[in-house]
Design a protein around this ligand. Structure first.
Ligand SMILES: Cc1cc2nc3c(=O)[nH]c(=O)nc-3n(C[C@H](O)[C@H](O)[C@H](O)COP(=O)(O)OP(=O)(O)OC[C@H]3O[C@@H](n4cnc5c(N)ncnc54)[C@H](O)[C@@H]3O)c2cc1C
Length: 283
């Protein structure tokens, strides 16, 4: 289906984008358009004005900070993340996830900020942002504000931004010796996904964050994290600690996978993600 007629505006600054959104209640931010344009073509949403932020230089850079954290502009594409020397040096796993997101066409247009704001359960980056304890930076009519990643995702295709706010960048805190594991079961786009951020020494896990994706809101698994902390870095020990990863989650059923299957796979991807972070074998 063709896109219905819609007004288009390309602002020269984030401030101009916010003003346009305030002045047009039917306005919506357009970034890479890899999700929004499909939604508009399907008539699943109605928009009067697209405010295109994709070329705003002020949201298109990646900065590695002295404390080891990395600030990624919301308008940075996956391809730019995949090839960023700063990101590859500080957090190679994040660059690698970007490098393996979908296909070259989507990687050249899709943006880090658009991926997070859209919060499609298949999207790669929402569980990563929660696992890394990222900070989201937004600008709106009332100025700038920060939102913790844990508070940012509010449901399927929803986030905590007000309608006239623009996500400008995301800070990923320093890893400080922790390693990232990222595992998914690819049926359709993804049936189950887990991100683990783990520190270990002398054969023992000293710190772990485990977050499941493919859900309405990325789910941190605190009971699993507690079971992992102090556990041995062996496959058996990690398998036991992650065995309850799917407890209490409520994934959707769709033609790719049933809710029951997704729930059963939660412990599998959680175990694999932790083992990947530890640099060990998954099976
Ligand atoms: C065939 C196909 C397969 C895909 N498979 C995957 C996959 O496996 N994994 C994956 O991660 N993604 C996948 N995607 C989705 C893709 O990653 C999109 O790029 C992403 O969902 C949206 O990013 P975007 O920059 O294209 O945003 P857009 O489509 O332009 O916008 C998406 C939403 O976010 C809002 N938005 C965007 N930027 C901002 C901002 N800075 N501030 C406030 N709101 C904003 C928009 O208003 C809109 O509501 C797939 C896409 C396609 C076409």
């Amino acid at each position: 289906m063709l896109l219905a007629a819609v007004d288009y505006y390309r602002p020269d600054s984030v401030a101009e984008a916010v003003t346009a959104l305030v002045d047009n209640p039917g306005g919506r931010v357009l970034a890479g358009g890899q999700s929004l344009i499909s939604i508009l073509k399907l008539r699943a949403a109605t928009v009067d004005l697209l405010v295109d932020v994709s070329r705003l230089e002020e949201i298109r850079s990646i900065t590695a900070l002295d404390d080891g954290s990395v600030r990624i502009g919301a308008g940075v594409t996956y391809d730019e993340m995949a090839h960023s020397p700063e990101l590859m040096a500080a957090m190679p796993a994040v660059a690698s996830i970007a490098a393996h997101t979908v296909d070259p066409q989507v990687r050249n247009r899709g943006t880090f900020g658009g991926n997070l704001c859209h919060n499609d359960p298949i999207n790669n980056f929402p569980p990563l942002a929660v696992a890394l304890d990222a900070t989201m930076h937004a600008t709106g009519p009332d100025g700038d504000r920060e939102v913790d990643a844990a508070e940012f995702f509010t449901g399927y295709f929803s986030n905590a931004l007000d309608r006239a706010e623009v996500l400008t960048s995301v800070t990923l805190p320093a890893l400080n010796g922790r390693e990232i594991g990222y595992q998914e079961i690819e049926i359709g786009e993804a049936a189950a996904r887990a991100v683990a951020v783990v520190a270990a020494g002398n054969g023992t896990i000293t710190e772990a964050r485990v977050v499941l994706g493919c859900l309405a809101i990325p789910a941190r698994r605190q009971a699993v994290e507690e079971a992992l902390t102090g556990a041995a870095t062996t496959l058996d020990s990690v398998a036991e600690a992650t065995s309850g990863a799917g407890d209490g989650i409520d994934p959707l059923s769709d033609p790719d996978a049933s809710s029951e299957y997704r729930q059963a796979m939660a412990s599998v991807v959680a175990k694999r993600a932790v083992m990947e972070a530890l640099g060990g074998q998954h099976e």
